[in-house]
Design a protein around this ligand. Structure first.
Ligand code: HEM
Ligand code: HEM
Length: 392
């Protein structure tokens, strides 16, 4: 029978139970394997496939969970087989409610984390990657990641207890609890009391806490958003008021933008349309979505050995607002010629400048283990935007 009765699980309830159980257990395994593997050039491709599988299975769980609940709401709930064992029945039902919570909180927290961060492994489906109303934000991704990690602990414990309970019924009690869920066997007294909602309360409190704690304990600041820009050269005649220094690189085929939070610029530029600029970048202030640590690591910016990068260039006016700074960028000990084309919009002693330069990471020997572009692109686009005022 497709439908439940008060003493049996129908085919559809059993289908939902076992399909979700299989997918959840697979996803726990993939999540744990992914967590145990170090992220580096050799593992990047494998990890991308692993996490895309993990995410796609997780979304499938979410869709099945929605259908399962809609179906369950229309169905009678089979009565407990041992209603006289009040504590045991209560605990089993708390665990069932906690598992119901998990099949929503796990995939949703994963999906919010995925939507808030840029790059990395895509969900394999054609309906878009991001949830509406979730901003691209490191702190949102961090909160969702904490909820996902805490939920994982809940799920290990509840699935463990649930399976242990099912085995206890099959092996020790030798009753029909498992057979009701596997074969749809009819068992249980029609007279015993049906479901009540009291066991839902502890499960709801548990999930509310799992969601609330990471939100309430998250530090308020957004990491890496500060810009420090001061003039350094004694003859510099433009003071940087504000600015951003970002770069974009394709990661797993999708553009990911990072930024440097701390750098200093010294600009000398006069009305003849020529001048010079020196930018000293604190590479340890780098942030790059979810892969900041890898970007700072030995294979890329190697910030433990090279804490600064220096761009030094001559400025020439091409035509009107259009300018070019030609010089060198010294990064990870390599000095490479770089051209930065920019526009300078002047309004008296104030000016705004926006420019871009394209680099090739291989020129600096960065990411040499990533020999093709499928994980990390070769081209890096640097974007600079400044507002400056003339000091003398
Ligand atoms: C059935 C649903 C899901 C289950 C049971 C599950 C379980 C797990 C587990 C056990 C881990 C490792 C835990 C840890 O690192 O502390 C993990 C990590 C992860 N999961 Fe899920 N997950 C699910 C759905 C999703 C979905 C739908 C997404 C994204 C769309 C997702 C994205 C991730 C990511 C990105 C990580 C790595 C987190 C990190 O290393 O910071 N998960 N998941
Ligand atoms: C090998 C793994 C599993 C076994 C042997 C198993 C066994 C069972 C059994 C025997 C029942 C019936 C309990 C009763 O009638 O009182 C049941 C119910 C249930 N199981 Fe599992 N289960 C497993 C995995 C899971 C997983 C991973 C979930 C996670 C969502 C889950 C969620 C539930 C829920 C929510 C119920 C309550 C019935 C319902 O409302 O659908 N089970 N399970």
């Amino acid at each position: 029978m497709v439908s439940n009765t008060s003493s049996s699980y129908g085919a559809l309830a059993r289908f939902f139970h076992w399909s979700i159980a299989l997918l959840i257990i697979t996803d726990i395994g993939l999540g744990l394997i992914g967590d145990a593997i170090e992220r580096n050039a050799e593992t990047a491709g494998f990890l991308q496939t692993l996490y895309s599988t993990h995410k796609t299975i997780g979304i499938a769980v979410l869709l099945l969970a929605v259908l399962r609940v809609i179906w369950a709401l229309t169905q009678p709930k089979p009565v407990p087989l041992h209603p006289e064992r009040k504590a045991e029945t209560f605990v089993a039902e708390v665990v069932h409610w906690a598992l119901y919570g998990a099949i929503f909180v796990m995939p949703l927290s994963g999906w919010v984390m995925h939507s808030a961060e840029t790059g990395f492994a895509p969900i394999w489906w054609p309906f878009g990657q991001d949830l509406p109303f979730v901003p691209k934000s490191e702190s949102v991704a961090h909160i969702a990641g904490s909820i996902h990690g805490l939920s994982a602990i809940v799920i290990y414990l509840t699935v463990g207890a649930h399976i242990a309970g099912a085995l206890k019924h099959a092996i020790i009690d030798r009753d029909d609890t498992l057979a009701r869920m596997t074969k749809g066997k009819v068992a249980g007294s029609q007279a015993s009391s049906g479901s009540h909602l009291a066991p839902m309360v502890p499960a709801a409190i548990l999930w509310a806490a799992i969601i609330a704690v990471p939100i309430l304990t998250q530090p308020a600041h957004e990491h890496g958003s500060t810009t420090i820009a001061v003039e350094t050269a004694s003859d510099a005649n433009w003071q940087v008021e504000s600015g951003t220094l970002t770069f974009t690189v394709a990661q797993m085929g999708a553009p990911v933008t990072g930024q440097f939070g701390a750098w200093t610029a010294s600009i000398l530029y006069d009305d003849t349309g020529s001048g010079e600029v020196e930018v000293i970048i604190d590479t340890t202030s780098l942030t790059l979505g979810t892969v900041t640590d890898q970007a700072k690591g030995a294979e890329f910016f190697d910030t433990s050995s090279y804490t600064t990068a220096v761009f030094a260039a001559e400025i020439e006016q091409i035509e009107g607002a259009s300018h070019r700074a030609s010089g060198t960028l010294t990064l990870v000990g390599q000095t490479v010629p770089v051209v930065l084309d920019f526009t300078l919009d002047r309004d008296g002693d104030a000016a705004s400048m926006t420019g871009t330069a394209s680099l090739d990471r291989r020129d600096f020997g960065m990411g040499s283990g990533y020999t093709d572009e499928s994980t990390v692109g070769f081209g890096v686009m640097v974007d600079v935007a400044l507002t400056v005022t003339r000091t003398r």
